[in-house]
Design a binder for this molecule. Sequence first.
Ligand code: OGA
Ligand code: ZN
Length: 378
Amino acid sequence: MATLAAALAPTLRETGLDVTLEHGARAYFNYYWLRDNCASSFDPETRERVYDIFAEDTAPRAAQADIIDSALVIVWAGSGHRSTYPLGWLATQARAKPRHDPAVLPRRYWYADHYPAMARFAYEAVSTDPIALKNWVHALLTDGVAILTGMPDSDQGLTDAANLIGFPRPTFFGAYFDVKLHIDPDNLAYTAKALELHTDVPAEDLAPGVQFLHCRRNSVDGGESLFVDGAAVAAELRRTHPEDFRLLCETTVPFYNEHDAYDMRARQRVIELDDQGDIAGVTISQHMADVFDHDQRFLDAYYPAFCRFGRLLQDPRFVMRFRLNAGECIVFDNHRIVHARSAFVAESGERHLLGTYTDRGELRSRWRKLSGEGRFAG
Ligand code: OGA
Ligand code: ZN
């Protein structure tokens, strides 16, 4: 059996070693990576890495390596430190693929007829029942939109709802905003005029991820809500006009919001892709778009693409139109769902939405924990 043992023995090389994994394949692992990821590198309480690889003045090198009880055991040159790596764990790492993320769920695109099917949850249920909370988070990750019903008629109600999936996240106009008539408005939202389809606050470097609009009063004539799945529209543009789609993905355009006390500016891509080339989000706002500062010849191609996408967003196939009622809070992915409202008659009644934002990172974190598929689960 000496030959078999030899075949299984790790082979030490200059910068790393070869090891036979349990399914028989030989795999190479780099010494820096091995040393950095020794189990003892992580604090058992905080689970953060406490080993400092920058403090090593020579490159890590194994003095000895053996397979003992289905684990690779290394004794490091110099320090004599001993590290143990289960072969099963090494096999998952050898795939060199981004780690599976349970919060990357397939999106369910939706269209104009979505209103009766839109996910709805009683506020009472999501705040007391972890299954309802999980279903709400799932709807936000897959559909990008859901309605909470039976909200308390209080400012605190919105804070409590936001805290279920994140932390109220301020923007340059504060942590909360009141969408109602303002005497001296600095934003179209605070008038009775129509608001064209948009995502909120692209003038912020990191536009807020999840938006909450808690309807406190809505008795006016008009003021209907229009919601569109921007990812579904972007997918349609990719299918029908791939060159336009490419321009919107590759080009950053300037957004701004400037008034007496602030001057916010940021550049954004109208369509954003993730590392896999899938549609990750959309950003659109004619109110906050700055004067495009590109080469005029480039704009000969960009503007038609931009307008094609803007018109496609308004296509009746995609627009879900409904009335938001007092006691409801619509919650949606501000990097996917594009929203608007129709004009209303100011004197016809009262209209008041209280808004806030949280971010998408906390929403995904919530899902990983609620789904039981977190990094340290099991
Ligand atoms: C906003 C907004 C929607 C509404 O304030 O950004 O989209 O229905 N409001 O008033
Ligand atoms: Zn808005």
